[in-house]
Design a binder for this molecule. Structure first.
Ligand SMILES: Nc1nc2c(c(=O)[nH]1)N[C@H]1C(S)=C(S)[C@@H](COP(=O)(O)O)O[C@H]1N2
Ligand SMILES: [Mo]
Length: 258
């Protein structure tokens, strides 16, 4: 049987089993296995999905990687240019900043890494490129029902976080972008070897429509977790729903493992 089928079957069975015992199963969960404050903030469905995935998948299981021949065209979805005031998620504050940085070919662009790190600091693209690189050909799966395969090149998020010094209590990583969108992932996904900050796509610099100069790639979750146009990374001890910029207040699940 294909590994994927096995996974779907097991996951369904597990969710059914969890759902049928209802609150009992959840009450029985050791709170150590849940992200702190997670149960207070997220909906029950999210909690079941998160628990099911975390029980079934070893933290390090890799998303499938493809060959160059499998690369497809990939549409630009959501914001295609954060500097365009007509964009739905346009930020009046950060849009003009993005415009200036893009005009300068991103030479003055820096990404700040702060929060629960020993050495908060900013990285230029050149500095990120000295931290090591990874290239992976993966399938992007959008919640709207399409998928596409592309090659991504970037620096492992783990290397960036380690350069800033992750404090031992840190559990989540929040990402902010130049449009009105933010995302967060837990430390397991943050340290995953395929979670990268991508500056290259299909062998070229990342195009603006796909998130230039730097976007997140989270290969273990649906497409919207892969935030484009990164502006700032904040390491946190606690879950933060990111308010109006985040998934929950926009009606999306926070954990969308695939
Ligand atoms: N900053 C930002 N990141 C974003 C989005 C967006 O609108 N703004 N859209 C998300 C969604 S829903 C998808 S499917 C992917 C699309 O990536 P692509 O445009 O490179 O195909 O980006 C995700 N990251
Ligand atoms: Mo999407």
């Amino acid at each position: 049987m294909k590994k994927e089928n096995l996974l779907v079957m097991n996951r369904r069975q597990l969710i059914t089993a969890l759902a049928s015992t209802g609150g009992l199963a959840l009450a029985g969960c050791s709170s150590k296995e849940l992200p702190p404050t997670y149960g207070n903030v997220l909906r029950m469905g999210d909690l079941l999905t998160y628990r099911a995935f975390r029980m079934l998948l070893p933290a390090r299981s890799l998303a499938r990687e493809y060959s160059r021949a499998d690369i497809t065209s990939i549409p630009a979805v959501g914001t295609a240019n954060p500097a365009d005031p007509h964009e739905e998620l346009y930020s009046a504050e950060r849009g003009p900043l993005y415009d200036r940085l893009r005009t300068g070919a991103f030479a003055d662009w820096r990404i700040r890494v702060e929060g629960r790190v020993a050495r908060p600091r900013s990285f230029s693209l050149a500095a990120l490129k000295t931290l090591g690189s990874r290239t992976q050909i993966t399938k992007h799966t959008c919640e709207e029902g399409w998928s596409a395969i592309a090659e991504w090149t970037g620096v492992p998020l783990r290397a960036v976080l380690e350069a800033a010094g992750i404090l031992p209590s840190a559990r989540f990583v929040n990402f902010f972008s130049y449009d009105n969108f933010a995302e967060s992932i837990d430390m397991l996904d943050a340290l995953h070897p395929q979670t990268i900050l991508a500056y290259g796509m299909n062998g070229r610099a990342l195009p603006v429509a796909h998130g230039a100069p730097l976007r997140l790639r989270v290969e273990t979750q649906l497409g919207y977790k892969s935030l484009k146009f990164l502006e700032r990374i904040v390491v946190k001890d606690e879950f933060d729903d990111l308010g109006k910029l985040g998934d929950l207040q926009n009606g999306w699940a926070w954990y969308v493992g695939i």
